[in-house]
Design a protein around this ligand. Structure first.
Ligand code: ATP
Ligand code: MG
Ligand code: MG
Length: 361
């Protein structure tokens, strides 16, 4: 049997392992010392990082996997490099180095020629003030590190809000970026295998609530924007010699797409592929890193996903599947998601609204 080790043990690792079962893959997981591992219980061996373990010790503890991947961008890049001496790590550690640091990420995106919002690095009160003078209000201040689900970022619309953000950002290295006037947000998820085969899913439209994804709907039908997004994703995959699933988050503006960020992994906005696509993003990630032929990515019926944020009670309304991750309940935490399929876009939108109303009444 084939064996993959995953760094991290949250719901993304869980869904990868569940999807890997039918491919005959076994799994092991590398968790932080105090990371909640409830999601991967019964899905494979759990190894905890205690510090001081060499790459070789960890590689052996993980059961000498054929390949190592990760479910999040906040990973120890040096550790991945140590592990890489024993088996392939996909995507390559240099991708995590970019993805976990907003300034490096923005620079890499621009270097590949992708359109991004005007941005400037800044650290400390004076630099932030100068950056705001250049970028203008409204703007986003984002810490370079530890940003996810809208955390460690501040939208500032005037000088008063800047003062508050400066208080919170303290002396953290940040990126200041212009606020993009968008009509909606979309993401493109694609996979590239070791041999270089690439497949992308349809564009997904994403609605966020307080910086966290609430609702995704696919396909977002716009042939021109899809072609653009595909070209951007392909460019990054080529430039980075990428292997695995890569996700691209974009703003739709009057002038086309502005790229917001990437995720070097399966993405929350692609959970609908579990029911709405011929092959899920999770299965295709595994296929890609094992150099198997990729599965079809077509979307036979429109699909939607509603996140259960801080809610572990399934909705009572009509739906096409509820995934519960088995995590302990915390405010705003991603506890599960609901999937909806419908031949009619309008019906799908209505039903999604009903599920949101039911969950968040
Ligand atoms: P994720 O959970 O997607 O990784 P994150 O913490 O990395 O989130 P971003 O994706 O950069 O943060 O921002 C979260 C949301 O905030 C975006 O989806 C968007 O709605 C809004 N946002 C961020 N930057 C901008 C911007 N420059 N202009 C307009 N809206 C923005
Ligand atoms: Mg992010
Ligand atoms: Mg984002």
């Amino acid at each position: 049997t084939r064996h993959i080790a995953i760094v991290g043990c949250g719901q993304l690792a869980q869904m990868m392992a569940q999807e890997g079962e039918s491919l005959g893959i076994t799994f092991s997981f590398l968790a932080e010392r105090d990371e909640d591992a409830g999601c991967v219980e019964g899905l494979g061996t759990l190894v905890r990082l205690e510090g001081g373990d060499s790459g070789e010790q960890l590689y052996r503890a993980l059961g000498c996997p054929e390949v190592i991947t990760a479910e999040r961008e906040q990973v120890d890049v040096q550790l991945l490099r140590d592990l890489q001496r024993f088996c392939p790590v996909y995507p390559d550690p240099h991708v995590f180095e970019k993805a976990q640091h907003r300034l490096r990420e923005k620079c890499a995106l621009s270097e590949s020629g992708l359109p991004v919002a005007t941005f400037m690095p800044a650290q400390g009160r004076e630099a932030l003030q100068r950056a705001l003078d250049t970028v203008g209000y409204p703007a986003f201040i984002k810490s370079c590190e530890n940003g996810y689900d809208g955390k460690n970022q501040w939208r500032v619309k005037d000088a008063a809000q800047l003062r508050e953000a400066v208080e919170e950002a303290q002396n953290l290295p940040c990126v200041v970026e212009a606020s993009v006037a968008f009509s909606c947000e979309v993401s493109l998820i694609g996979a590239r295998s070791v041999s270089g085969e690439v497949k992308t899913y349809p564009l997904t439209e994403n609605l966020h609530r307080q910086g966290t994804l609430l609702l995704s709907k696919a396909p977002f039908s716009n042939a021109q924007l899809l072609a653009r997004a595909r070209a951007y994703l392909q460019k990054l995959m080529d430039d980075w010699d990428y292997v695995g699933v890569l996700s691209l988050e974009c703003f739709v503006t009057d002038d086309g797409l502005v790229v917001n960020e990437i995720a070097p992994r399966v993405h929350n906005s692609g959970h609908w592929t579990l029911a709405g696509a011929s092959t899920s993003q999770f299965a295709n990630h595994l296929r890609a890193i094992l150099d198997m032929p990729l599965g079809e990515t077509d979307c036979p019926r429109p699909a939607a996903m509603v996140n259960m944020l801080g809610i572990d009670r399934p909705p009572s309304g009509n739906n096409d599947g509820v995934w519960l991750y088995g995590k302990s309940l915390r405010r705003g935490r991603k506890m599960g998601h609901v999937l909806l399929l419908d031949n009619c876009d309008i019906q799908l939108a209505k039903r999604s609204e009903a599920i949101i109303a039911d969950l968040y009444q």
